[in-house]
Design a protein around this ligand. Structure first.
Ligand SMILES: O=C(O)C(=O)C[C@H](O)[C@H](O)COP(=O)(O)O
Length: 315
């Protein structure tokens, strides 16, 4: 098997206001690469896994910036489709400061990625993997991207390759109803489903207390493993062996985006070794690390993660 994980998603550039600034009046913006699937493959690659991320990008400086951030940590980008035309997706973030909530402004219309078709990608290479990772963000963009995500999922299921699905609901991109229509058939073929408690309610209409929500989602979708975050209330795991709740410790936040993807990457790191419980502990830790530095991509070495987990146990 060539890869531990392969994935597809839109590469973007994130422009972030400095603390205390609003977008309309900001004079400078921090400029970093972004993309849920790229983030997950990037962190897993740093932790020693072999990963490939594919996307479609217009040739030029901005695409080079995205490619450089993720290939620098070892993500195989040799299956990325490059085109002479089009523009790179952007998004702008006001991080928000209590009591003002954070705000995302997307500028991702008319990108080549929105028009992708299955024939453009090298599926033989992308299916030579232990797990295919898919998210609701990519499925939400256009009918084309939804079709490609479904194609990837069906091809993986046909070949007996595991599927990990992160619902990752974005209300700016689609409705809960549409998300359910597109994601439910994929969720039903997944081996591991990531779905926050709030997404379970919005997308699947499941509204249990705490881990009961994850348990109900697992039974409803017939998925072996469901992992759910629930803000500061905790993280939940539901498997056929039982349900478990994990406590969350608040840490200071330098930059929030990417923490959720890091949690997913850490959890998959353990899950790939057959230990999802340890995976959630790793995911929780790397998500905390993610909050300490700028950029979507979390930079953590395997030894730092190990050291930090063992010092937790000693304490
Ligand atoms: O495409 C979008 O809509 C995105 O939101 C891309 C984001 O930069 C990451 O996916 C971060 O997401 P979290 O790790 O959950 O903070």
């Amino acid at each position: 098997m060539t890869y531990d994980l392969t994935t597809i998603g839109e590469g973007q550039i994130r422009f972030t206001c400095e603390r205390g600034e609003r977008l309309q009046t900001a004079r400078s913006l921090r400029f970093t690469a972004a993309g849920s699937e790229a983030n997950v493959s990037g962190l897993l690659s740093e932790l020693g896994r072999s990963t490939a991320w594919t996307t479609k990008l217009p040739k030029g400086e901005l695409a080079d910036k995205i490619a450089l951030e993720y290939s620098a940590v070892g993500v195989d980008m040799s299956h990325v489709v490059m085109t002479d035309h089009g523009r790179v997706a952007l998004y702008f973030l006001e991080p928000g400061e209590f009591p003002l909530p954070g705000k995302v402004t997307y500028d991702r219309e008319y990108t080549p990625f929105r028009d992708i078709v299955p024939e453009e990608f090298n599926w033989d290479a992308l299916l030579d993997t232990r797990v295919v990772f898919l998210t609701g963000i990519t499925a939400a963009l256009t009918d084309n991207t939804a079709r490609v995500v479904r194609y990837f999922a069906d091809a993986a299921a046909e070949r007996g390759v595991d599927i990990a699905l992160d619902v990752n609901f974005r209300s700016l991109l689609w409705s809960g109803e549409k998300a359910r229509e597109v994601l439910e058939p994929i969720a039903r073929t997944a081996s591991i489903l990531f779905c926050s408690r709030s997404d379970a309610r919005i997308v699947f209409g499941i509204d249990g207390e705490g881990v009961d929500s994850s348990h109900a989602l697992r039974e409803e979708m017939g998925v072996p493993t469901v992992v759910s975050t629930d803000g500061r209330n905790g993280t939940y795991l539901s498997t056929a062996e039982g349900d478990k709740t994990y406590e969350i410790r608040s840490v200071p936040v330098i930059d929030r985006p990417g923490a959720g993807d890091s949690f997913v990457a850490g959890t998959l790191h353990g899950w790939l070794d057959g230990d999802v419980d340890r995976g959630i502990q790793m995911g929780t830790k790397v998500a905390q690390f993610a909050l300490t530095h700028h950029g979507d991509l979390t930079h953590v070495r395997a030894a730092e993660l190990e050291g930090s987990l063992s010092s937790d146990i000693v304490r």
